[in-house]
Design a protein around this ligand. Structure first.
Ligand SMILES: Nc1ncnc2c1ncn2[C@@H]1O[C@H](COP(=O)(O)OP(=O)(O)OP(=O)(O)O)[C@@H](O)[C@H]1O
Ligand SMILES: CC(=O)N[C@H]1[C@@H]2OC[C@@H](O2)[C@@H](O)[C@@H]1O[C@H](C)C(=O)O
Length: 387
């Protein structure tokens, strides 16, 4: 059987992301060749039931000592994968004229410890999700495990969205930045000369979510209501900003729990002041990220842009205008899901998913793994080989 690479044929691909906020699966359909986006299909979010969210949260805490045979891990992996299968089914029903040929399946990060965070141990990053089950459920080839090749090569394994941001930003005035306010926040800067620089900036919503859950029993500070009633406690804020992560130059990445210990600094603060201080922390973390040049505008995506207190804090902390990515016509809640569809096609084409300036990897790095559970790979035109 000979094999020929199909080059840049556009593919209808579904991207799936389960982010660090643990709120659900984001799913988006794209038509892309892995370099440009030819069409944006629909997108949706399939929220997790609170009990799955709680199970995933418990796994994060146990991740460093978890083994692959742990029953709670196996059960949560299956429930998570079934939720992804459901999201795919719903998305396909919304776009019968755009039949999906491939899935990019990020999975759920339960542990992220690249060499820079691994305290002398080998770097490791762990996204759970059963790609074979998802492939069987959907009858589609699945690309997954996007991060481990980068970590194995010495990179941070994150953020991976910068090449997608850069593709979408082609033609925009530079320097320009995209900021994703997810559980962890990350940014992409396209510099005046076109060079891309990226990093995680610090906590996005995750610490604030944990604080809100602890003090209100609700999963996040809805519309920044708590923070808006509070006052920023600057001594606590500065103590949190003394974390060594902030002094590190880009590229750099974080685990969702990297700042968890710092929550002890908030002990004794009331719910409102704690929320105001954590909101200021997320904004100051962005403002203090060392950058070679400041963007002329910040375009913001991710769930944090729905929080007016956080957007207000950012606008006050940054010297340039702050706008939601909707100003560019982008869907700010679907961008990460779209990204993993885009990266799945890049993976099939053997194109890099990361660069030295986005993850610190020594050379442009390919990644992703193809899984075909119970399907015939050659029957799928999206695959790069023909019989
Ligand atoms: N109306 C709102 N008010 C305040 N916060 C909100 C609102 N809507 C969404 N959020 C915040 O957005 C979060 C979800 O954001 P998002 O879906 O971008 O995170 P994620 O994709 O899971 O994270 P990551 O990018 O780190 O993987 C919620 O947990 C909450 O903190
Ligand atoms: C290890 C991991 O899952 N990291 C996530 C997380 O959520 C935001 C930030 O931290 C970013 O580094 C990354 O996700 C996005 C999609 C990325 O890789 O670009």
């Amino acid at each position: 059987m000979s094999a020929s690479v199909q080059g840049g044929r556009p593919v209808n691909v579904i991207g799936l992301m389960s982010g660090t906020s643990l709120d659900g699966v984001d799913a988006a359909l794209l038509r892309t060749d892995g370099e440009r986006v030819l069409a944006h299909g629909p997108a949706l979010t399939q929220p997790y039931p609170p009990e799955l969210r709680a199970r995933l949260r418990a796994l994060l805490d146990r991740a460093p000592t978890l083994t692959a045979t742990d029953p709670a891990l196996i059960e949560a992996t299956r429930a998570l994968t079934l939720a992804h299968g459901e999201a795919v089914q719903q998305l396909r029903a919304l776009a019968p004229a755009m039949p999906a040929e491939l899935i990019g399946f990020h999975g759920q990060t339960i542990l992220h410890a690249p060499a820079s965070l691994a305290a002398g141990q080998a770097g490791r990053t762990w996204q759970i999700g059963d790609a074979a089950l998802l492939s069987t459920l959907t009858d589609l080839p699945v690309i997954h495990d996007f991060r481990s090749a980068d970590v194995a090569a010495g990179g941070e394994g994150a953020p991976l969205v910068p090449l997608y941001h850069a593709a979408l930003l082609a033609g925009q005035a530079r320097p320009v930045a995209v900021l994703n306010l997810g559980g962890v926040a990350n940014m992409t800067l396209v510099q005046s000369n076109g060079a891309v620089l990226a990093c995680d900036t610090g906590p996005g919503n995750a610490l604030l979510d944990d604080w809100a859950m602890r003090h209100t029993g609700r999963p996040f500070d809805q519309d920044g209501a708590l923070a808006r009633k509070g006052r920023v406690v600057s001594t606590v804020l500065e103590a949190m900003l003394a974390h060594p992560f902030f002094a590190r130059p880009a590229p750099k990445s974080l685990d969702r729990l990297s700042f968890h210990a710092a929550l002890a600094l908030l002990e004794g603060l009331g719910p409102e002041d704690g929320a105001a201080t954590l909101t200021a922390l997320s904004a100051q973390a962005v403002a203090r990220t060392p950058l070679p040049e400041q963007p002329a505008v910040w375009f913001v995506c991710g769930g944090g842009r729905h929080n007016p207190a956080l957007m207000h804090a950012l606008a006050a902390a940054l010297p340039a205008p702050v706008r939601p990515v909707e100003a560019l016509g982008w869907k700010g809640d679907a961008l990460e899901a779209e990204c993993f569809g885009f990266l799945a096609v890049r993976s099939l084409r053997g194109l890099p998913l990361s660069l030295p300036a986005t993850t610190g990897v020594p050379a442009p790095q390919r990644g992703g793994r193809l899984t075909c559970g119970g399907i015939t790979p050659y029957a799928h035109t999206a695959l790069p080989f023909t019989p």
